[in-house]
Design a protein around this ligand. Structure first.
Ligand code: CLF
Length: 292
């Protein structure tokens, strides 16, 4: 596994200093999800929409590796290959096989996954074997009562659990997963979706708990009101600022997240179209600027 120093110097999401210098390439190879968050809507071919769980299309394992080969060559400032959906990275077998191949062929790249954490503790050994270097877990609650309001269902080992039963298991697995990842030497980022009136009171408690479990950094993101939570209010900049300030008492806060797509490519906030870049490469058009 890459050292913590290398990771923090070169990972654009984990490091404020790296985000203007290095970009990430997301590979949309993980379509399935084992948890239904009430704020999540997975979509494909959404030309003008940019948010998590969106991708133009899914990639096969071969296409994903081909995309890395081509784009890393054309855009020398890509330091991270991430798998962030559109479903849960760990729930999809393709994630580990793609990562294994990329880590063997491009050992200099940071391999990053984003997960809801349900399977993290169960699969931590396979995740390490696949060469993955950084992990983000989305944790939105401390209590089962709050988690029950956020998640419609949880699918664990083929059994669909709803209500407080599903919520309790998910929280238990998320905190177990965080502990297992930290004990395995991972630098872990925790993403928390700020949902006014749903989990805002618990966010500082989440910060306190994940910091005490060894998380390195926290990324509080405003909810995008959609799906079953389309009636929610999107929190304003000042609310986000205040909650980050409260949580910064416990661990470092990320403030440059752009809530990117599952097929994002380039510098954070200056994304390029990976599909178009692949097409240009196929046509032999010179690399113009994946990122400038
Ligand atoms: Fe991708 Fe996520 Fe890894 Fe970064 S994104 S899997 S940690 S390489 Fe980054 Fe995008 Fe924000 Fe995620 S800006 S949504 S925090």
């Amino acid at each position: 596994m890459l050292s913590k120093r290398i990771l923090l110097d070169n990972h654009p999401c984990f490091s404020e200093g790296a985000h203007g210098r290095f970009g990430r390439l997301h590979l949309p190879v993980a379509p399935l999800c084992n948890v239904q968050c009430r704020y999540c809507v997975k979509k494909f071919d959404c030309a003008n929409e940019s948010r998590p769980a969106i991708t133009s299309r899914l990639l096969s394992r071969e296409e994903a590796v081909g995309r890395v080969e081509t784009l890393v060559d054309r855009a020398t400032n890509l330091s991270v290959i991430g798998i962030a959906g559109p479903g849960d990275s760990i729930f999809n077998e393709a994630t580990l096989s793609v990562c294994k191949e990329i880590s063997a062929r491009f050992p200099e790249l940071i391999l990053c996954i984003s997960t809801n954490g349900l399977l993290l503790a169960d699969r931590i050994d396979s995740i390490q074997e696949a060469g993955i270097s950084s992990i983000t877990i989305t944790i939105n609650a401390i209590t089962a009562e709050t988690a029950e309001r956020i998640y419609s269902w949880v699918n664990y080992e083929g059994e669909i659990l709803r209500g407080v039963e599903g919520a309790t298991l998910l929280l238990q697995k998320q905190y177990e997963g965080l502990k297992a990842a930290v004990e395995s030497g991972y630098v872990v980022k925790v993403n928390t979706v700020f949902m006014p009136g749903i989990n805002d009171k618990e966010i500082p408690l989440i910060a306190h708990r994940v910091a005490s479990e060894g998380a390195e950094i926290m990324n509080i993101m405003p909810v995008i009101p959609q799906g079953e939570f389309s009636w929610l209010r999107r929190p304003g900049h000042w609310e986000i600022f205040e909650i980050r300030a409260a949580c910064s008492l416990y661990l470092t806060q990320m403030s440059h997240c752009v809530q990117c797509r599952s097929d994002a490519c380039g510098l954070i906030g200056q994304d390029t179209d990976a599909e178009l870049e692949m097409l240009m490469a196929g046509l032999g058009v010179d690399y113009d600027a994946v990122v400038s």
